[in-house]
Ligand binder design. Structure first.
Ligand SMILES: CC(=O)SCCNC(=O)CCNC(=O)[C@H](O)C(C)(C)COP(=O)(O)OP(=O)(O)OC[C@H]1O[C@@H](n2cnc3c(N)ncnc32)[C@H](O)[C@@H]1OP(=O)(O)O
Ligand SMILES: O=C([O-])CC(=O)C(=O)O
Length: 368
């Protein structure tokens, strides 16, 4: 017996869900988030505006945004048991695996774990958003034999996140650039990690389980792990010319160059990458050192010429994070923390309009 359905490797172009959350409209060149263009929003809104938009359907006024920030701050504290778990992990654990474990452990502290109602799911999402920066940073710190750091209530949400990472209060420019990166990473329709989360949620499993699976998905370097891989690649060389040589070698060995290509924007630049390139320019100007920008631009030109490929967000987020003083192993965990809001919105939507995912196969095994 053969099923009639056509097999599409990688489910390219297959529609897997109806959603009111987001769409990559490649014709209009827009990343639509609840009816708004993410790139336009990135010019005058901040991460918490998008959090409100994704979880409450509206862009907040200043009072609502202040209340949202206060709500998150009140939920900053993480269970002390979590710190003990991080201390018990082998020191070679990657922070993404630390984060995956941390989110999984949080499930045990949820006294309403079996409740999938909209109200409880939403409050769970806010709780996770509040705790994720602390969990991300402290799992990294403990694995690197450093003392856990406490969030600073007097700093804004994203400025506090950056402060916990670097140990210094960021300048206004640094805080703005970091916040913009969180905003750009917040939601992106149906990438592998979101699909993973929705598949898990479709069994009526909980938000923690769905997010734990999504962390594992995002870790891979064909997805979120690419931002770390880009920085390791940039660190291998010290000039635009040697970066070009490195990329040519990779291409001659038929290796993929991290930070290039995208399932949806294959023949175009990811619009989010352009915004991060702007941020990279600003940081280079501030430092009076343009080496990273020159290297990235040389790589961008070369990949367009040799392969017709364009940068994705990870390509320009990596050098921006480097210049903000962020340890490379935190790049993908930060991506995940920022994406927690988008993932939560998808899990909530899946729970509200659920049918379990259960596709079929084309059998190509032994005759029977
Ligand atoms: C924020 C994000 O998560 S964005 C994604 C981050 N990931 C990366 O940057 C990893 C590098 N990029 C890639 O591996 C891919 O472009 C993906 C995973 C993003 C998209 O994958 P797919 O849509 O399946 O495209 P696929 O891998 O089939 O590529 C199509 C062709 O372009 C080539 N190609 C695609 N990306 C790259 C790349 N980065 N370097 C070199 N060649 C590439 C492929 O080798 C393939 O060539 P072929 O037809 O001659 O075999
Ligand atoms: O959309 C994708 O496939 C990957 C991506 O860019 C993201 O998750 O931000």
């Amino acid at each position: 017996m053969k099923t009639d359905a056509k097999f599409v490797p990688g489910l390219a172009g297959v529609v897997a869900a109806e959603t009111a959350i987001s769409l990559l409209d490649t014709e209009k060149e827009k990343i639509v988030i609840k009816g708004h263009d993410l790139i336009a929003l990135s010019k005058d809104k901040d991460y918490l505006d998008i959090v409100n938009l994704l979880l409450e359907d509206t862009l907040p006024d200043q009072t609502t945004k202040t209340k949202l920030e206060e709500k998150l701050k009140a939920l900053y504290d993480v269970p002390t048991g979590l710190i003990a778990v991080f201390k018990s992990l082998p020191k070679a654990t990657h922070p993404m695996d630390g984060l995956r474990t941390g989110i999984s452990v949080l499930a045990g502290y949820d006294e309403q774990i079996d409740d999938r109602s909209l109200a409880v799911n939403k409050s769970r999402a806010y709780d996770l958003l509040a705790k994720l920066p602390t969990i991300t940073v402290n799992s990294y710190r403990i694995l690197n034999n450093q003392e856990p750091v406490q969030p600073q209530q007097e700093l804004a949400y994203s400025a506090n996140f950056l402060y916990m990472i670097t140990g210094k209060v960021p300048t206004e420019q640094e805080a703005k650039i970091f916040d913009r990166s969180l905003l750009l990473y917040s939601e992106h329709e149906m990438p592998n990690s979101t699909f993973t989360a929705r598949v898990i949620a479709s069994t009526q499993s909980d938000l923690y389980g769905a997010l734990t699976g999504a962390v594992a998905s995002l870790k891979g370097n064909l997805h979120g792990g690419a931002n770390e891989a880009v920085m390791y690649m940039l660190r291998e060389v010290d000039s635009a010319a040697s970066f070009e040589e490195l990329l040519m070698k990779k291409l001659s060995r038929k290796e993929k160059v991290m930070g290039f290509g995208h399932r949806v924007y294959m023949n175009k630049m990811d619009p989010r990458a352009l915004m991060m390139k702007e941020s990279l320019k600003q940081l280079c100007e501030k430092n009076g050192d343009f080496l990273l920008l020159e290297m990235c631009e040389a790589g961008e030109k070369l990949m367009k010429r040799e392969k017709g490929l364009y940068p994705n967000l990870d390509y320009y987020a990596a050098p921006v994070y480097w210049l903000l003083g962020i340890p490379i192993q935190l790049y993908t965990p930060i991506f995940f923390s920022a994406r927690t809001v988008g993932l939560s919105a998808h899990v909530i939507e899946q729970h509200q309009h659920n049918r379990i995912f259960r596709p079929r196969v084309h059998y190509i095994g032994k005759p029977y």
